[in-house]
Design a binder for this molecule. Structure first.
Ligand SMILES: Cc1cc2nc3c(=O)[nH]c(=O)nc-3n(C[C@H](O)[C@H](O)[C@H](O)COP(=O)(O)OP(=O)(O)OC[C@H]3O[C@@H](n4cnc5c(N)ncnc54)[C@H](O)[C@@H]3O)c2cc1C
Length: 358
């Protein structure tokens, strides 16, 4: 006779989304099993892991920064304590000014309500000589930093494996059955199944209808003898320690390979930003799961409510995943709503028919 293992939730995919959700559900003493087939080009494995509260060409506060940033701090610190690994690196971010005009603009802007908790200093003279080109000074941001996303997901994977709740390998839709409001997968029976597949959702049976837009990006990794205590950012970012440089945005290129064009673009911008010697040792590519409105997608399948999605983390998975995994975990347990802006409801008019595993 086949013995069945009963769990509360099956999680498919263990990138940033699946890892954060697994930790949230374990925190609530839920019985889970996570299934992941490691992919070195999954967005999480390639990301530089930056979190930065003020972004964009015109440098504005990122969406929900006042909620997301305090939350992510405690979340990743707790994850370090749980796993006994170190992967969270809060660190100032330094952005050189390109002109006196920009310097003046920031002298005024820095006093604006709401920005003071993210601006550490507005420098009107060169700082970090020999490291970064900044003849007009620059802006030091606080509440920024980077997550070693590879190390974080590895630590979570090890933790899940040690607790016997990790299946290493491909999740195959053919073995999924949704019967009587329950989920059956191989010898597992669960209340719900949550798909955290990144861009691979586009090949899934249940959620391929969602408007996940793949956005390729490439990074460089440097070797250098220098030490730095801040992330440098202008055109590209440079993360000290791992010395990652990135990232490109290549919406019209989904070739599974690195490109000369990306390398030249990154190197060109890097040479405008920094003044220390370096050697490029690797170049990587990965695909971000973005959405048309740049908001994550959370919630149940319109017809099969025991199948849930957590996706669309786009270019900011490090700062979005902790908070929105908490929102999703609370919603699953009937303890809170899903924010309208991220609710799968907004796409319910899409055609989701076909292929449902019964
Ligand atoms: C070049 C680059 C730079 C980036 N830099 C940053 C940055 O600095 N800061 C930031 O916040 N974000 C950054 N991002 C974005 C960030 O990486 C993503 O938002 C985030 O990693 C998405 O996580 P995810 O878990 O949704 O998807 P993924 O990372 O794609 O993880 C999905 C996982 O599910 C697995 N999976 C899917 N289907 C199956 C299946 N059928 N069976 C088994 N396993 C399956 C995949 O193999 C994978 O392991 C960057 C992305 C790229 C590409």
């Amino acid at each position: 006779m086949n013995s069945q293992t009963s769990v509360d939730y099956i999680i498919v995919g263990q990138g940033l989304a699946g890892s954060c959700l697994a930790l949230q559900l374990l925190q609530e003493n839920k019985r889970i099993v996570a299934i992941d087939e490691f992919d070195e080009h999954a967005a999480t494995q390639v990301a530089a892991g930056l979190f930065n509260p003020i972004t964009g060409r015109v440098m504005t506060k990122t969406w929900k920064a006042d909620v997301l940033f305090p939350y992510l701090h405690d979340f990743y610190r707790d994850a370090e304590t749980l796993t006994g690994e170190r992967f969270f690196h809060p660190m100032p971010l330094y952005r050189p000014f390109l002109s006196i005009e920009e310097q003046n603009e920031w002298m005024g802007k820095s006093a604006h309500a709401g920005l003071e908790k993210y601006i550490d200093a507005v420098h009107t003279h060169e700082v970090n000589p020999g490291m970064v080109r900044n003849p007009y000074g620059g802006l030091t941001l606080k509440n920024a930093g980077w997550l070693d996303t590879m190390k974080f997901t590895k630590a979570v994977r090890n933790y899940l494996s040690q607790n016997g709740i990790f299946l290493d390998g491909k999740f195959d839709d053919e073995n999924l059955k949704l019967i009587n409001g329950e989920v059956h997968y191989l010898n597992y029976r669960a209340r719900k199944i949550i798909f955290c597949q990144g861009v691979k959702a586009l090949k899934s049976k249940l959620f391929s209808w969602l408007p996940i837009k793949p956005l390729k990006g490439e990074t460089l990794t440097l070797q250098t003898e220098v030490n730095a205590e801040a992330i440098f950012n202008r055109g590209v970012f440079v993360v000290p320690g791992i010395w990652k440089v990135g990232a490109t945005y290549q919406p019209n290129d989904l070739e599974p390979a690195i490109t000369t064009a990306a390398r030249e673009e990154l190197q060109g911008k890097l040479d405008e930003l920094i003044s220390f010697p370096y050697r490029i040792i690797t170049q990587d590519w990965g695909i971000r799961p973005t959405t048309p409105d740049r908001r994550p997608i959370l919630g149940p399948h319109p017809e099969w409510p025991q199948a849930i999605v957590f996706n669309g983390l786009g270019t900011k998975g490090v700062s979005l995943a902790p908070y929105f995994s908490a929102v999703l975990a609370a919603w699953i347990e009937n303890r809170g709503p899903i924010n309208k802006e991220v609710d799968i409801e907004r796409y319910k008019h899409y055609n989701y028919g076909g292929n449902i595993p019964r």
